[in-house]
Design a protein around this ligand. Structure first.
Ligand code: 5AD
Ligand code: SF4
Length: 477
């Protein structure tokens, strides 16, 4: 049951984000009361599964939590644990249930323990049913479309003795200007659009993230300027399909034009973006990339398969040949660009010949790094009911052959830089050796070198002395 509000309901602002700022103040009061009862600050832990979009969403959740007075803690010890979930593959779901199960006992020993679930998995009705039945100790559940309402939902949860569930099927709303707690002071993700209209036949994302919605370019530029004023020099523009950015705005604009505007932001040094769909990557964009001084020399261009037959069944709208042409056009116009990709093994109906086409494509493109996935059947997607689901043993064999090929090519592509000197953005201190700093080159290659924490956030020139496969040991020059 939800208890009465502490205030007159008529006082709640109806427009956003004012409404959320109102609830932030109300939650603050509640947290203060609890803290004075227990004699120490309440703590939180946000655990993120999945992609960069989720990572950025979690920074927004942490922004609210810090604002209302929570302090960061480990998952085991935290009073408030939030799982920001992913559902792109089945094993991501299994991981969540495992983690949830382990929290059950700590709920008994800590009377203030709260558990919240949000993100893509919560957009699936079957998941909500399962949690209601088997995990009744969860306090708050919300989805991807109302993450901006977190402060309000947190308030409801604090005054309720039952689980609070708020899931929207879809939205056309974009709420800006709420607090954000960034993981890194010097680099940040920036959402430019939400949702996806592509409906690749294996993919659940369009069902859980809804239709494409682009942010206004002015709002994006304003956010980037304020990030730069706050010390950020590298940004990653985020969207499920950035190449179709701006098409649905009242004043349509292309992604290439947006990039030109971003390039002009003074003080910004590096621009990355993901994810690009090959079918929408325009000549205009290639032109902008070729002229840019800030766009990084790395492009994530998911191919998924090298077989025309499978690409068609995946609803990807390009062929192996057109993909290879795109790669060669980009290589001509943007020298030194490195490609990364996603590949799915074992899509329904994939034959040995289809798989060999994928291996052939990999050899032709020579990716510096590849994210390899075993096909996962997602209920509700067209591929889930396709005939000829591939046998598990065959998939495993193909997956191993694929890994061998991509790691060999990836190492060769990385090691070709040995002996050269490049500018690296120093991101942190090595976890394995505190005398080493770690930095990333424009092409995203990792290098470790003697250095201290004072260098973090700086751009330094590093000589790539010794290739270790997918990274380098280097030295400052
Ligand atoms: N099974 C396996 N991999 C998938 N991906 C998306 N849906 C599935 C699925 N059902 C992969 C794609 C996508 C990446 C983010 O996840 O390769 O590019
Ligand atoms: Fe999924 Fe395809 Fe959209 Fe990417 S482009 S999110 S793979 S439907």
């Amino acid at each position: 049951m939800i208890n009465k509000f502490d205030f007159d309901e008529g006082k709640i602002p109806s427009i956003e984000p004012d409404r959320q700022y109102f609830f932030i103040e109300e939650v603050k009061k509640k947290i203060k009361n609890i803290e004075s009862d227990i004699g120490h600050p309440l703590t939180y832990c946000v655990t993120t599964f999945g992609c960069q979009m989720n990572a950025r969403d979690s920074e927004k959740l942490e922004g609210i939590l810090k604002e209302v007075g929570f302090v960061k803690e480990s998952e085991e010890a935290a009073d408030f644990v939030i799982f920001n979930t992913c559902t792109v593959r089945e094993n991501a779901n299994d991981k969540l249930y495992g983690r949830l199960g382990r929290l059950k006992s700590s709920k008994k020993t800590n009377p203030h323990k709260m558990i919240a679930l949000c993100g893509c998995m919560m957009q699936e009705p079957s998941v909500i049913e399962k949690i209601k039945q088997s995990y009744h100790y969860v306090d708050l559940i919300f989805g991807t479309h109302n993450i901006y309402k977190f402060a309000e939902l947190l308030y409801y949860s604090l005054i309720s003795d039952r689980v609070v569930i708020d899931i929207l099927k879809d939205t056309d709303k974009i709420v800006e200007n709420l607090p954000v707690e960034r993981k890194y002071p010097f680099k940040s993700g920036v959402n430019i659009m939400f949702g996806c209209n592509n409906f690749c036949s294996y993919c659940i994302v369009p069902y859980v993230r809804g239709r494409e919605r682009s942010r206004e370019p002015e709002a994006i530029i304003k956010e980037i300027k304020s990030l730069v004023a706050d010390g950020v020099t590298e940004i990653m523009l985020l969207g499920q399909n950035v190449n179709s950015y701006g098409k649905n705005l009242d004043n349509p604009i292309t992604f290439a034009k947006l990039l030109e505007e971003v390039e002009k932001v003074e003080g910004l040094k590096r621009i990355r973006f993901m994810t690009s769909h090959p079918k929408d990557l325009s000549d205009e964009l290639i032109e902008v990339m070729s002229k840019s001084k800030k766009i990084c020399k790395q492009l994530h261009l998911p191919v998924q398969s090298g077989s025309d037959n499978i690409l068609k069944k995946m609803n990807r709208h390009y062929s192996k040949e057109s993909y290879l042409e795109l790669v060669s056009k980009l290589r001509k116009k943007v020298p030194d660009i490195e490609f990364t990709t996603d590949i799915i093994v074992g899509f329904p109906g994939e034959t040995e010949e289809d798989f060999l086409e994928t291996l052939d494509l990999i050899k032709k493109v020579r990716y510096i790094s590849v994210f390899t996935f075993i096909y996962s059947k997602r209920t509700g997607t067209p591929a889930a009911t396709m005939e000829n689901q591939v046998d598990e043993d065959i998939i495993k064999d193909r997956f191993n052959r694929l890994l061998k090929e991509v790691s060999q090519i990836g190492n060769e592509e990385t090691c070709k830089y040995q002996g050269k000197t490049y500018e690296a953005l120093v991101e942190g201190i090595s976890e394995h050796d505190p005398s080493l700093a770690s930095g990333r080159l424009s092409n995203n290659v990792l290098v470790h070198f003697k250095g201290n924490s004072e260098l973090i956030g700086q751009y330094v020139n590093v000589s790539l002395d010794e290739c270790k496969g997918f990274y380098f040991m280097g030295s400052l020059v």
